[in-house]
Ligand binder design. Structure first.
Ligand code: BMA
Length: 810
């Protein structure tokens, strides 16, 4: 029986005598414990980030006592197992040093039986400060290896196998956290140690053959070790051969119920249970075929994930670590973020390489919810050593992670790193000696590829994100003909939003646009005197040096300048939504050239100005409401080209769809100047241009009104709005917007109506919950009843509801 050492531990600071034997909960982190003990202020509040830097500049000891009985020690080995140990740590048991660890991405395991005793035992974990360890490693490198300057506030994090954004990022607080974020256990071993279980699916027409391999190590030569392997309702009993290290069982499943990504079908998961030598392992297995197809074509090379022989249009975002204080990463928050991804019609997330290999719960939820996972290995925006020591350490890490994660149906791709190919051109050392740094890159990258190919031949290894393809070190920031692209010409290079339509990426794995947080989130980190974009609190919560200027400057290009702080926040979220919408709708209309869109970024790890669509609190930004519409399987969008404004209909579904409704051209006063019915039948996985307004009929009238499409797909509403001119050029009228909160059949609705069109009508509630829809166009002839999803009462909603629209922002 496993003995858990999770729970209450003591925390002692090596350098500060006053900080002795404080309480710390493990799994947990030092900052969270100090905050709970009142020793540091809330690191996320105002400019407290600066005040807590000393924490990461100390060494810490976490310790506890635990009792063991004679019966518990009557085994042949006792493994101390630790997950997510961050990072440079010495482990002492009853005064003996049993291990030195320094890789946060490993599951550390060491047999400690000889150091344990009946009765009271003491374990101590010395957590060394990361900055000095990183510097020491950097000093030993044969040549300088540039670290992620510009993102990291602490140098040389690239030498340590630790979450790279712990040292700060262009959306991340720098805390240099330390702690143990996973379980700490003692695992007694009788006869065999099961190292890992591995499954393989082989498909023959309508049949799947599942092989299950137990990898084990014999610890004692006395007694027989047996195992029982159960898949669904079939069980095999095995005797484990003492001279072997593997045992394999084959299951044949005829006409299995398959696992599909969200939107393409159900997520059927089968139970796999293994019981061996007293330990139990449970897995959920989704049976599906999954391939990444990259084929030369007339444009360059395709990039498409195929699941069960169906081409998937991947739609989603980039995932960063959920919290800068890891103790706050709870299962409930994982669920709620991932459910919000699926609620916004996503079917893929990219686990970004500057964060961490996520916790098991993340992948379990992705299996359950149908979210494909693009998994980066943990390297980002810096160059990395290729010394034998470093490569050997990383090999072990990747082997462990691939073995841990490969049986998840949701896992779609192993990708070597984030932007490391690109980073070769960023730093003076590597720019001046490109060959040397390219070889250095490839040595490490080759090792990663080898481990992945050996451990998981069922999936592709993609060298880097972005990358133009096998051994292609070209400019995947600008080449849209092949591979995955990171398109940052708008945000980082200052082009207009229309630049999104100058490329058609085969697969866009990053592009993004920042906004400021909503007022309720601002209140969680800024005192009222700092409710100003350039206040110290606000600037501390903007980590992209040009971020506030870019947002503000972009206002001047598209909008009338907002009046007051609250409207600046609101408009920044309108602008962000408009930016991402411009890109996504255009690229989706260019299916099948494009088969993947992942915007930067889904979530925040603390309350901050960033590219996210979900705020730290989980609150939906306006963008997330737009995402729900523009990622919907059926979508309608207006795109202007050399001929005119065209209405494109898109169906990503495996079934056909029938869309019925109308397009109108309407004045700002709400007068319908033109109306045309639309009735279209869409084939599965298709696009169609259904309507067009010629440029020659539009020229000279661009500022007079807007196009609006209102369609029904069965019960579902599909709407979209198009301004032929920039919003700042248009004389919007006061819509006379009215709203009222009402309860109908036990549900709460906000009823909205207006006498003139209102744009980006956004509902913001101070309390918990969200709305079924928001940030939409409200036209006089279609009043809206918007459902509130949450637990507040009608009264609370009335008290805390703010309704915005574009015209009132200036
Ligand atoms: C990307 C990411 C991150 C970064 C983001 C915004 O390219 O990979 O490094 O946070 O841009 O600048």
């Amino acid at each position: 029986m496993t003995i858990s050492l999770n729970g209450q531990w003591q925390l002692t600071c090596v350098q500060r005598a006053a900080l002795q034997d404080l309480h710390i909960d493990l799994p947990g982190d030092v900052h969270s414990a100090l905050f709970a003990a009142g020793e540091i202020p809330d690191p996320y509040w105002a400019t407290n980030e600066k005040k807590v830097q000393w924490v990461g500049e100390c060494d810490w000891i976490v310790s506890r006592q635990f009792d063991l009985t004679e019966a518990q020690l009557a085994c042949n080995a006792m493994d101390l197992v630790m997950d997510h140990l961050d990072t440079v740590a010495e482990i002492r048991l009853n005064g003996h040093t049993v291990a030195d660890f320094n890789n946060m991405f490993m599951r550390h395991k060491v047999d400690v039986l000889s150091c344990l005793q009946v009765g009271s035992n003491r374990i101590e974990i010395v957590l060394h400060r990361a900055d000095l360890a990183a510097k020491k490693r950097a000093d030993k490198l044969p040549f300088p290896v540039p670290w992620a300057e510009g993102n990291n506030q602490i140098p040389h994090m690239n030498t340590l196998r630790k979450t790279q954004c712990h040292a700060g990022w262009d959306w991340g607080i720098c805390l240099s956290v330390l702690g143990v974020y996973g379980d700490i256990e003692l695992q007694p071993i009788e006869h065999v140690r099961i190292s890992h279980i591995s499954t393989k699916q082989k498909w023959l027409e309508q049949e799947c053959e599942l092989s299950v391999t137990l990898n084990y190590e014999v610890v004692s030569d006395k007694g027989l070790a047996t195992a029982a392997v159960t898949f669904d309702d079939q069980t095999f009993q095995l005797t484990l051969d003492r001279d072997a290290t593997k045992a394999c069982v084959l299951f044949r499943i005829v006409e299995p119920r398959r696992w599909w990504p969200a939107g393409y079908g159900k997520q059927r998961l089968y139970d796999l249970k293994i019981e061996a030598d007293g330990s139990k392992i449970d897995k959920k297995i989704g049976l599906r075929k999954l391939e990444l197809i990259t084929e030369d074509d007339e444009l360059g090379q395709s990039m498409v994930f195929k699941v069960n022989d169906v081409d998937i249009s991947a739609r989603g975002a980039n995932w960063i670590p959920m919290d800068a204080m890891p103790a706050r990463m709870t299962d409930e928050r994982y669920r709620s973020l991932l459910e919000d991804a699926v609620a916004a019609n996503m079917n893929m997330l990219r686990v970004w390489g500057g964060g961490m290999y996520e916790k098991d719960i993340f992948y379990e939820l992705c299996d359950e919810l149908g979210i494909l996972v693009w998994q980066d290995l943990m390297f980002a925006c810096a160059l990395y050593p290729s010394t034998p020591d470093f490569v050997a350490e990383v090999r072990q890490e990747v082997e462990y992670q691939v073995r841990r994660l490969k049986d998840h149906a949701s896992l779609a791709l192993w990708c070597g790193d984030n932007e490391v190919i690109g980073a070769i051109s960023w730093y003076p050392e590597s720019r001046q000696n490109r060959e040397k740094y390219l070889v250095n890159y490839d040595r490490l990258n080759r090792a990663l590829a080898e481990v992945v190919e050996q451990e998981d031949p069922s999936r592709r290894f993609w060298a880097s994100s972005p990358c133009n393809g096998e051994l292609d070190f070209g400019d995947a920031w600008h080449d849209d003909k092949r591979g995955d692209m990171h398109f940052w010409d708008v945000w980082h290079s200052g082009k207009d939003l229309e630049a999104y339509q100058s490329v058609t990426p085969r697969f866009c794995s990053e592009f993004g646009f920042q906004s400021w947080p909503s007022l309720p989130t601002v209140k969680t980190f800024a005192p009222e005197q700092d409710w100003n974009i350039t206040s110290p609190s606000f600037e501390c919560h903007q980590k992209n040096s040009r971020g506030n200027s870019i947002i503000t400057e972009m206002f001047t290009r598209y909008f009338r300048f907002p009046n007051g702080f609250v409207n600046m926040l609101y408009l920044s979220q309108v602008q962000q939504a408009m930016a991402i919408k411009t890109a996504v709708e255009y690229w989706r209309a260019h299916k099948p050239t494009n088969r993947g869109i992942l915007y930067w970024q889904l979530n925040d790890c603390w309350p901050v100005s960033s590219w996210s669509s979900l705020e730290y609190s989980g609150r939906w930004k306006q963008l997330h409401y737009h995402v729900r519409r523009f990622f919907d399987q059926q979508m309608a969008t207006f795109i202007r080209d050399e001929q005119g404004v065209k209405l494109h209909l898109i169906n990503d579904g495996r079934d056909s769809a029938e869309l019925k409704g109308e397009v109108v051209w309407q004045s700002w006063a709400g007068e319908i100047l033109y109306r045309e019915p639309i009735s279209e039948f869409l084939n599965p996985d298709s696009t169609k241009v259904t309507w067009e307004w010629l440029n020659e009929d539009l020229e000279g009238h661009e500022t007079e009104g807007f196009f609006h499409v209102h369609l029904r797909n069965g019960e579902k509403l599909i709407e979209n709005t198009y301004f032929p001119a920039k919003p700042k050029e248009c004389e919007l009228e006061d819509p006379d917007l009215r709203f009222e909160v009402a309860e109908l059949h036990g549900e709460i609705f906000v009823m909205l109506s207006s006498s003139k069109p209102a744009f980006y009508v956004h509902l913001e509630f101070e309390g918990e919950g969200r709305f079924e829809d928001s940030s939409f166009t409200l036209v006089p002839e279609h009043q809206r009843q918007v459902k509130y999803i949450g637990s507040a009462s009608v009264d609370e909603l009335v008290q805390g509801l703010r309704v915005y629209h574009l015209k009132q922002s200036y």
